[in-house]
Ligand binder design. Structure first.
Ligand code: SAM
Length: 226
């Protein structure tokens, strides 16, 4: 059984995909998708030995060694051209980490892969990377599990795309859809941001003017959104 978070991620993996799940940990996502007959094959990449061994074990226990290659590798280095990967999932990591993995491994991206990203924070820098590399955000959602708000961002390489600073902050599609989970997330963050701003204003010398203006801008955006 997958967590609700990974269950939602799974819905964005196209039928028949050849999936690379990077930072796979126990390999639960590719194993579930193969057992359900959703995907054709998968690579499970892990940079750390303990989760790599855990993924190997899950794959072995499910008799999926022929369909899932578990590889000990840093980021997209787990992907080989022969894999003909059509979807890449990067889940349960900070948005900056996901961005860094994409940046370091961009030579391995053919542009044909759908990116299914589930950052834990750092969504703005991740969306900025996507925009700067001609990836359009095709789906987005916020979901809450275990008292935590998770975001899912699905992107495809489509050619140049422009998002405003505000869209990069909230997510262009989420700003339009205004789902209950999305609005709740920002309602919850609103007070925290306001507090951060007050603290910054009080401790002015310790915080750069630039940082202070950035947070002030975010508070204005959040107030306008809600
Ligand atoms: N993707 C799973 C999920 O969403 O439930 C596991 C998330 S777990 C919190 C993050 C995993 O990413 C860890 O197992 C960690 O070792 C792995 N990881 C972090 N940086 C990585 C990198 N550069 N390349 C491959 N795996 C990485």
């Amino acid at each position: 059984r997958l967590s609700m978070r990974l269950e939602r991620v799974a819905t964005y993996v196209p039928h028949g995909a050849r999936l690379a799940d990077i930072g796979s940990d126990h390999g639960y996502l590719p194993v579930a998708l193969l057992n359900r007959g959703v995907i054709a094959s998968a690579v499970a990449g892990e940079v750390a030995l303990t989760p790599f061994c855990a993924a190997e074990r899950t794959v072995r226990e499910n008799d999926l060694e022929d369909q899932i290659s578990v590889r000990l590798a840093d980021g997209l280095a787990a992907i080989e051209v022969q894999d003909a990967i059509t979807a890449i999932s990067l889940c349960g990591m900070g948005g900056e980490t996901i961005r860094d993995i994409l940046e370091a491994g961009k030579a391995r991206l053919s542009g044909q892969e759908r990116l299914i990203l589930q950052p834990n924070g750092g969504e703005q820098p991740l969306r900025l990377w996507l925009m700067e590399h001609d990836y359009r955000i095709v789906s987005e959602e916020v979901l809450r599990e275990n008292r935590f708000d998770y975001e899912i961002i699905v992107a495809e390489h489509t050619g140049p795309v422009e998002y405003t600073a505000e869209e990069l902050y909230f997510g262009p599609l989420q700003m339009q859809a205004r789902s209950p989970a999305f609005l709740l997330k920002w309602q919850r963050l609103s007070g925290k941001k306001q507090k951060t701003l007050s603290n910054f204003e009080r401790a002015q010398k310790a915080v750069s003017e630039e940082k202070l203006q950035e947070v002030a801008q975010q508070v204005r955006w959040i107030n306008a959104l809600l």
